[in-house]
Design a protein around this ligand. Sequence first.
Ligand code: BGC
Length: 755
Amino acid sequence: MKKTFLTLAVALTALTVHAQQDMKTFIDNLMARMTIEEKIGQLNLQVGGDITTGRPQDVEIANLVADGKVGGVFNMKGVEKIKALQDVAVKKSRLGIPLIVGMDVIHGYETIFPIPLAMSCSWDVKAVEDAARIAAKEATADGINWTFSPMVDIALDARWGRIAEGNGEDPFLGSQMAAAYVRGYQGEAPSSIAPQHLMACVKHYALYGAAEAGRDYNTVDMSHWRMYNQYFPPYKAAVEAGVGSVMSSFNIVDGQHATANRWLLTDVLRDQWKFDGFVVTDYGSIGEMENHGFGGLKYSSALALHAGTDMDMCSQGFLKTLKASLDEGQVSTDDINQACRRILEAKYKLGLFEDPYRYLDPSRRPRDIYNNVNRQKARELAAETFVLLENKNDVLPLKKTGKIALIGPLADTRDNMAGTWCVAYTPDRYSTLKEAMQRAVGKRAKVLYAQGSNITRDEALQRDAEFGKNIRRVDDLKAHEEAMKVAREADVIVCAMGECADFSGEAASRVFLEMPDVQRELLADLVTLGKPVVLLHFSGRPTILTWEKEHVDAILNVWFGGSEAADAICDVLFGDKVPSGKLTTSFPQAVGQLPLYYNHLNTGRPVAEDADRFSKYASNYFEVRNDPLYPFGYGLSYTTFEYSPVTLSADRMKADGQLTATVTVSNTGRYDADEIVQLYIHDRFATNARPVKELKGFQRIHLKKGERREVTFTVTPDLLRYYNVQLEWVLEPGDFDLFIGPDSKHLQKATFRVE
Ligand code: BGC
């Protein structure tokens, strides 16, 4: 048996070497025929266009492609349009080099999955991989072969709207998710991508999520030590999973633009992590370097290329200036050759030289896109991402009887269900919550609906909401009265409130994270009616729910759950599914606490986690305690779980050994349900400061009511290592605390010593 494996492995390695040799020979031959201008052309990425329209901007793109001045295009939808442009590349450009065709397929194509932050709250790595696989299948059926995903920026500050696009605040979970996306998108063999898979692009490298004060595109500054321990792991995990491309970020790293940072793009990415794909800039980054004070387009382009950037997205800095820089000796032919080779390699891996029309098969659309299997998967995953924050007196699940008032500006909108970044979405086909609820209860209950309010009183934001996502404008006073009337008639009040989809995502930073004024006022009045009130809370980020926690009976955080969100919400609301999502970001009590994260370092003057008042000369605030409103890892279920104390297989471990930690988890409630069991570790004494706890394992388990199960984690040396200030990956002997529990706060503890 062993021998067979060995033979197989040797054969596979031989095949890979052979394939790489083939690729090298092919590209050597091709490059030998390319002019320097054609090589530079490959480094240019443009937004695509519908060249059949004859509009001047589209004609311009067609001409550039025909002249061999474009390596790739992105964010265009439809096989016909893409084919028209690919035709120009293949038939009209001198060497017929096909285009790589990208898109922001961030959480699905037409079947939209929940926003990535929500998906991470499922802690269901396999389901996230499946979602990426489905997204790849749909996108490739429509002509796309490269996605600008996964976004894996660690984000600790809820003011930053792009927190919606990542996996939250934890490097361990973030790394698992990063690898899952890459596997799902690219399939098993990143060196030879199958036609139902596409090339992934991990972004935004690096540290984009640490933008100061949560303001988008803002400065980032941190120690290397922190980068390596807290911010780099998910990017590195994507590289280890074989990601084909990396997008650099908009921000400064060590005083240099990430796009032109040689340490980041070459020393770390290529020399240390052995990345062998290509690096693309973010949109217009090279052009933006001038605003950062690095000089004009020509200088910035030369700097970026030299640092390790291969492809320029939308600045046309490479296209317009590299030849002159080459003539002046500011860049070398080798620099250009290297970047060009990497892009051609990507096209080779995608099979585009073999068949430039490989991804342009119109017969796939009806079969592969937005089909029932994909939609069902999206619905199931969406239900796993909702986080039950409150459920006083077991108000949830609701019965499908009586009169249900459904109120709020998000109750009857189609466009908002999908959330941020859905370039290819088709909202006309998605259900509103009102429609799904009527379907779910049928004739058994009556749904009484009222919009109740606008999204906000802020005129500019309200206009954006109406424009971007078709939120109907109402007269707030009248709508409020109507909602109160409807609510008075009902047995239970379900509110669909919170942020609209455009309140998170790119360029959506906020400083007030409470429920928008006009919605909160309505909610407060509804609560005074004394009927059970359930808040279905929509958001693309952690928000501040202090008032809601106190006054509302049940809060289900539903994020933006994708194309099937409305049905998924009803599945959970009425108990056909039991909620199991757990937060992957801490929910603050107040904006002043931000950045807020569970895996922080200790101070010399810590306060107890459960302190109930301000303590002078300790590290805390006057107004609120340090703990979050809802901690990382938190989420309720309709059932209850009990955790036994932790038992360890040994209380000592050799530096090259391992031990196991076990708890028994019992389902003590009335529903069969899933639980996410979490393992945290704290290094008590080390050469460098260590976080108070760090997630090091999790398991999603299913327990029938009354069932109990032992859950065992293996603690290996790698889980205990960290980067010291010399950036060595070390395991230091000494005492460790180990915690297991349902979230980062309610934990059973044990200790062990590494010798
Ligand atoms: C965003 C990227 C995105 C790119 C292309 C940029 O503005 O930062 O995340 O992939 O645009 O659409």
